[in-house]
Design a protein around this ligand. Structure first.
Ligand code: SF4
Length: 320
């Protein structure tokens, strides 16, 4: 296997959320001690319930946030603690595609200005920007006569294409796709996914694909990580994870995926989680899933299980 493009080591992202009764600073531990690697040209899917920290991982990797702790090694250089000026060359190599294609586009700018903006900010000559914008609209399946129009004149799928063209402007090596299709009609979702796959094939881009849509993640990802309450609890190739899931949380998550065939759906064994979800503010010690796990043992409420390799390339954080 090639060397990783990005190595994430014990990443922590805590947000201050006021003071406790005793004047202690309260911290929301959105991401707590997460480690994984991203290899060139792969798609790494990150799944979990809303609020599990997957979006925060994506935003922290592209340095929209400065992490509280840990390392983000980009081709060996730790960018986690670089100041704003020093991190700029890395920001150009890392881009983000957002969930809401409308909110992420300036309604007062034309498509041409939106796609060209990152290049203008870099001081690129106008002739080069014009040529590159023309190339990008073609790459994402838009037409040249769309260039002078405004975002409100487009459908959701077309707006997402505009956002993707903008993210490609600086020829990134890595893109965080944060729920890129969840705001789109089902009929359009497949088109956007196919386009992302084609772009990866032709440009060799590495994706972190953040989504709660487990079927789509299975389709697009080479490897998948499962997050719960700010922790990575299981990580494996998509094929291995979906056929041999080991963590009780992964099993519950997968059992909730809708099955199209009514006969198979009837036979499927849906695991309904009981118990309360702990607060990510000052969470209790031990396994983060302990309060909802049907296999919980005394050790689980005391010791947080370390990630260990249970099969080649398959990592699990569970005392079982
Ligand atoms: Fe359940 Fe214990 Fe495994 Fe956590 S460590 S998932 S509580 S069995």
């Amino acid at each position: 296997m090639a060397s990783p493009l990005i190595e994430v080591r014990s990443l922590k992202m805590y947000f201050p959320v006021g003071l406790s009764l005793f004047g202690r600073r309260k911290l929301l531990k959105a991401v707590d001690d997460v480690s994984f690697d991203l290899y060139p040209g792969e798609t790494f899917g990150l799944v979990g319930e809303s609020g599990c920290g997957k979006t925060t991982v994506g935003r922290t990797l592209v340095r929209l946030y400065r992490p509280t702790g840990g390392q983000i090694l980009y081709q060996g250089t730790d960018i986690a603690n670089l100041d704003e000026k020093a991190v700029l060359p890395y920001r150009r190599k890392m881009q983000m595609i957002f969930q809401d294609p409308y909110a992420s586009l300036n309604p007062r700018m034309t498509v041409s200005s939106i796609i060209g903006e990152p290049m203008r900010l870099q001081g690129m000559p106008q002739a080069e920007i014009t040529a590159r914008v023309a190339e990008l609209v073609e790459q994402v399946g838009l037409k040249k006569d769309h260039l002078n129009r405004y975002p409100h004149e487009f459908s959701g799928g077309q707006r997402q294409r505009i956002g993707i063209a903008r993210s490609l402007a600086m020829r990134p090596e890595f893109i965080v796709c944060d729920e890129p299709i969840s705001a789109l009609d089902v009929s359009i979702q497949a088109q956007v996914i196919n386009m992302l796959e084609e772009l990866q094939d032709s440009l060799g881009i590495t994706y972190l694909f953040v989504s709660h849509d487990l079927s789509m993640v299975r389709h697009i990802s080479h490897r998948v990580g499962v997050m719960y309450l700010g922790h990575m609890v299981e990580l494996a190739s998509a094929e291995e994870l979906y056929s041999n899931m080991q963590h009780p949380y992964t099993q519950a998550l997968m059992s909730a995926v809708p099955i199209a065939d009514p006969d198979l759906a009837q036979q499927a064994n849906r695991i309904v989680l009981q118990g309360d979800v702990p607060q990510p503010i000052d969470p209790p010690p031990g396994c983060p899933f302990a309060s909802r796990c049907r296999y919980c043992k005394p050790v689980c409420t005391e010791v947080n299980p370390e990630m260990r390799e249970v099969a080649p390339g398959h990592f699990l954080a569970c005392h079982l």
